[in-house]
Design a protein around this ligand. Structure first.
Ligand SMILES: Cc1cc2nc3c(=O)[nH]c(=O)nc-3n(C[C@H](O)[C@H](O)[C@H](O)COP(=O)(O)O)c2cc1C
Length: 210
């Protein structure tokens, strides 16, 4: 079949939007931010990834709240305090991560809501999840408006440079982060998730060590 996402209604046999299932697995950026008034915020974003390694650059894409063009708290916050943290969601934190996705009013602290520790960061003002085994501290480099449809919800891409990295040494083996120990949760299509628990190695033809 062929599907043009600009055309409604979605053709049979598709009952749901397939895009999330086709660009999967997606890592989850668990984004900690701070408002100008000093309110902390935490929310998961699976439109999240790394885009460059040196310097490390990551990005995530908040869409608008259901009311058109009303920014999610995370976007409103990075516009006021241009810094954020990315806490890695290990398997044991999956439920807490989901809890922090509740659409609560701005100013409600999702760290507290989910019973998580808002641990102080070193190079940025927003806190991170103290229970996370790995965390990136980021400064905002750019906020880009993404294409939107007439009457549709506005989405933005927030790009950040990583200026600090926390790693719990329990997940480091022989100088490498062992993903079988970190066990990051990734988002698939629909309401499905996956945990990294098996790996295979494939040397590069050019001998690059990766
Ligand atoms: C696993 C997961 C991934 C999500 N990914 C995104 C995303 O990429 N973009 C987005 O706008 N919302 C995403 N959401 C929904 C937001 O987390 C949710 O709207 C949240 O309330 C936003 O919080 P804020 O208003 O405090 O920023 C995701 C939710 C979950 C559970």
């Amino acid at each position: 079949m062929f599907y043009d996402p600009r055309i409604d209604p979605r053709p049979a046999p598709l009952q749901f939007n397939p895009v999330n299932a086709l660009v999967a697995p997606r890592p989850i950026g668990w984004i900690g931010t701070l408002s100008a008034a000093g309110e902390t915020n935490l929310a998961p974003f699976s439109y999240f990834n790394a885009f460059s390694a040196d310097p490390p650059v990551v990005g995530f894409a908040p869409n608008a709240k259901v009311a058109p063009d009303q920014a999610k708290d995370t976007l409103a916050n990075v516009r006021e305090v241009a810094e954020f943290t990315v806490s890695v969601v290990s398997a044991e934190l999956a439920q807490a991560m989901n809890e922090t996705s509740r659409p609560v009013p701005r100013g409600v602290d999702e760290f507290a809501l989910a019973g998580l520790t808002a641990a102080p960061s070193r190079h940025v003002r927003p806190p991170h999840v103290g229970e996370a085994k790995a965390v990136l501290e980021c400064t905002v480099a750019q906020v880009i408006a993404l294409p939107s449809r007439p009457g549709g919800r506005a989405s933005h891409l927030v790009i950040g440079e990583v200026v600090g990295i926390h790693i719990d040494e329990s997940v480091i083996r022989e100088g490498r982060v062992d993903l079988r120990l970190l066990r990051p949760v990734s988002r698939l299509g629909y309401l499905d998730y996956s945990i990294v628990d098996s790996l295979f190695e494939m040397p590069r033809p050019d001998g690059d060590g990766g």
